[in-house]
Design a protein around this ligand. Structure first.
Ligand SMILES: [Zn+2]
Length: 231
């Protein structure tokens, strides 16, 4: 065939050549990705501890404002080999903002991540899953890839440790992108993750950046938005 059946999102430039966003990893690679949003917070070290204990990589989509409050935790994420992604400066709903506001949300958070000592983020996740065509153009100009999710553990609603673990694990099919939180208020993810991480390890967890994604020829429906949310 000449071309591999999958690409590794670490090579974000290659992925960007065919899609501005990924909604799932390849179902052919037996990997799931654990992602933690809205941090860092006082709960981040606990999560890092569990991940390290089980040698499970993860991706943290951090909020710029929180990265400024806890730069040492952002640095710790990067030092642990985890991917640090951008989740806007203030967790703003992008579709409610114009081009200037949207760009500032992304760039300010990226600057905070760099200032904390992590590499320049290549991955971005939209707060509330909201974005529009303006967001896509801005990300393209910044050479950043949007990463959605396939499983929402709704841990922010504090459903309890076993419920979070159950939701994460029952959705942990090959290519799953599991959304959890390590910030944004009292979270029980830190404890649930101690249950999810060993199982994720059994299923070969990957950070979102290491997740294999299908090429559009085989997964166009998965990889391309069918309809953008109205602004
Ligand atoms: Zn969020």
């Amino acid at each position: 065939m000449g071309l591999p059946a999958w690409l590794v999102a670490r090579d974000v430039g290659n992925v960007l050549a065919y899609t501005p966003l990924i909604r799932a990893g390849s179902a052919r690679a037996r990997e799931v990705a654990l992602t933690f949003d809205d941090g860092p917070s006082i709960y981040t070290p606990q999560i890092l501890h569990v991940l390290a204990q089980w040698h499970v990589p993860a991706t943290f989509f951090v909020i710029g404002r929180e990265a400024k409050a806890y730069p040492q935790f952002v640095r710790a994420e990067a030092q642990a080999g985890d991917e640090v992604g951008d989740h806007t400066e203030t967790h703003a709903p992008m579709s409610a903002l114009g081009p200037v506001g949207q760009r500032a949300q992304i760039v300010d958070a990226a600057n905070a991540i760099r200032a904390a000592g992590a590499p320049s983020p290549k991955l971005w996740r939209p707060p509330y899953g909201l974005f529009n065509s303006t967001t896509i153009s801005i990300l393209r100009s910044l050479r950043m890839l949007m990463v959605m999710w396939t499983v929402d553990t709704s841990d922010y609603a504090r459903p309890g440790v076993s419920r979070i673990a159950y939701t994460a694990l029952s959705g942990a099919r090959p290519g799953a992108l599991i959304l959890m939180h390590d910030g944004g208020g009292g979270r029980s993810t830190g404890r649930a993750d101690s249950q999810a991480a060993p199982s994720a390890r059994g299923r070969r967890a990957a950070g979102a950046a290491g997740l294999r994604v299908d090429r559009p020829a085989t997964a166009r429906g998965q990889l391309r938005p069918r309809r953008l949310p109205s602004p």
